[in-house]
Design a protein around this ligand. Structure first.
Ligand code: FAD
Length: 329
């Protein structure tokens, strides 16, 4: 299945690599208002999907759902829900997946999530031990919910005929080009990705990385091991040195020295942002040249830097094209 939306075009109306974005749910009313505006701006770039993160242990469930519903009701973008299963019983995970499907969400990023620190003797993992089990559960819940599809008969009001069972649009999973912080060998991450594909994943999205070769080498290893699903590179334009340091801490991926120095010594915030955008655009160009099937951009809930990356790559969407598209919808 395709990783992306249909026929995306650049400023000149030429076909362009599909792009997608990641957001996190807002933590206040003011942030929610600002996020609505960010989503509207991101939607103009005609992304294949916009994904919304899920707080550890389901802490952001309602806020994540609100953002996903906003996209369903106010944009033409396919919203993708991150879901984590750590600490859940089978029944709780089943209920969670059903709730999101009932809300109209059909694209998911299935994650195991991180066990809480100081968890009990079972490690706080819960009934589902890995993301692969959640992938399987998403498909199972969808099948139980809708064992077969129905389609209206044109010209015959009220009549319908049976068609193939509907499947979730996308069931994505995480991939770790520079290794999961807890994995013992590079092969373990490739094996985990293969297991997720066999369980029914249709797309992989990578953790941040800073060198095109990290991504390209990982894709090569994954292909040699038999992984066939598209592997979307996850890229974030980082525009402050504090954020760069925090990301290194969170992901366990060491920050690139040249960007760290540029951000550290440059006093002007606008010039700092330019460094971050230029670095990300360069990285994006490298992975696209190596065959990446698109770009997944981490937004940090701001549109300026990610749209700046697309503009630098020459694959931003023109205002005229956006207006034409909106009129046609
Ligand atoms: P899994 O794929 O189940 O496993 C992770 C790693 O553990 C594997 O790569 C492998 O090295 C090892 N492993 C797995 N199974 C086995 C096995 N059977 N034997 C040996 N080793 C094994 N977290 C959140 O809480 N909310 C989010 O919204 C969120 N979004 C994310 C989005 C992306 C794109 C990425 C890359 C990560 C995200 N995370 C999020 C973080 C993620 O939950 C953590 O990295 C978590 O530790 C692992 O989740 P996973 O789905 O990769 O787990």
């Amino acid at each position: 299945m395709a990783a992306t939306g249909s026929d995306p075009r650049d400023v000149l109306g030429r076909p362009r690599p599909p792009v997608s974005f990641e957001l996190f749910p807002p933590r206040s009313d003011a942030a929610a208002l600002a996020l609505g505006r960010t989503i509207d701006r991101l939607a103009e770039a005609d992304p294949a999907f916009i994904s919304v993160t899920f707080g550890a242990g389901g802490s952001s469930r309602d806020r994540s759902l609100t953002v996903l519903r906003y996209m369903l009701e106010h944009t033409a973008v396919d919203p993708m829900a991150h879901l984590t299963c750590v600490g859940s019983s089978h029944q709780e995970a089943n209920r969670l997946v059903r709730e999101f499907l009932d809300a109209g969400v059909t694209s998911f990023l299935a994650l195991r999530g991180d066990p809480p620190t100081g968890a009990g003797p079972d490690g706080g993992i819960g009934d589902l031990g890995s993301a692969a089990e959640l992938v399987q559960l998403i498909h199972r819940v969808q099948e139980e919910r809708e064992p077969f599809g129905q389609i209206g008969v044109p010209g015959v009001p009220g009549a319908s005929r049976i068609r193939e069972r509907p499947r979730p649009e996308r069931v994505a999973v995480a991939a770790f080009p520079t290794g999961h912080p807890r994995s013992r060998t590079a092969n373990q991450d490739v094996d985990a990705l293969l297991a997720k594909e066999i369980a029914g994943a249709t797309l992989a999205i990578t953790q941040l990385f800073w060198h095109a070769d990290d991504y390209l080498g990982y894709v090569e290893r994954a292909r040699s091991a038999g992984v066939t699903i598209p592997i979307l590179p996850g890229i974030m334009p980082v525009t402050t040195s504090a954020r760069l340091a925090r990301l290194a801490e969170l992901t366990g991926v060491e920050a690139p020295a040249e960007l760290a120095i540029d951000l550290e010594i440059e006093p002007d915030p606008e010039a700092q942002a330019e460094f971050g955008v230029a670095f990300a655009a360069n990285l994006a160009a490298g992975v696209l040249a190596g065959g990446a099937p698109g770009l997944h951009l981490y937004t940090f809930n701001r549109h300026e830097a990610v749209l700046g990356v697309l503009a630098r790559l020459g694959i931003g969407v023109s205002t005229q094209l956006v207006n034409e598209r909106n009129t046609a919808r």
